[in-house]
Design a protein around this ligand. Structure first.
Ligand SMILES: [Zn+2]
Length: 139
């Protein structure tokens, strides 16, 4: 999708850096715009995507090996929460979610079904959609 109309005419050299800067801004805008307007990814789609990318490696690693990678990513998320940029934080959330999906694949757990079963009807502790459990309780 062309965002910039380019004329065949030569651009005065003083204007060139402005146009390059504008191109970069529009490119960033285009990337952000396409991410915002992409349809949401479902848990099932995430598990399928991860399975397609990594299933052969995941099978060799097994649940235990995969779990260790998840724990490493959780540690990296902790660091990013403490002192990372927003971009680094988002990347670590993505890694933790990807490794969680990986373990679910290896263990044969359907995340969508599991989350629906456990949380789809409300808080597992009190059964309400807006949790009313005491703060000292886990949920
Ligand atoms: Zn609750």
């Amino acid at each position: 999708m062309p965002l910039v109309y380019r004329t065949p005419c030569p651009v005065p050299s003083g204007s060139r850096s402005v146009i390059v800067g504008l191109d970069r801004d529009l490119s960033t805008f285009s990337t952000v715009f396409s991410q915002i307007h992409a349809p949401p990814m479902t848990l099932t789609e995430l598990q399928s995507l991860i399975a397609r990318m990594y299933s052969s490696k995941d099978a060799a690693r097994g649940v235990e090996g995969t779990f260790m990678w998840l724990m490493e990513e959780v540690g990296e998320l902790a660091s990013a929460l403490r002192e990372g940029t927003h971009e680094e934080l988002a990347a670590e959330f993505a890694d933790v979610l990807a490794w969680l999906a990986t373990i679910a694949n290896v263990a044969g757990v359907d995340l969508d079904a599991a989350v629906r079963q456990k949380y789809g009807q409300g808080c597992p502790g009190c059964g309400q959609m807006v949790c009313g459990c005491d703060l000292s309780e886990k949920p």
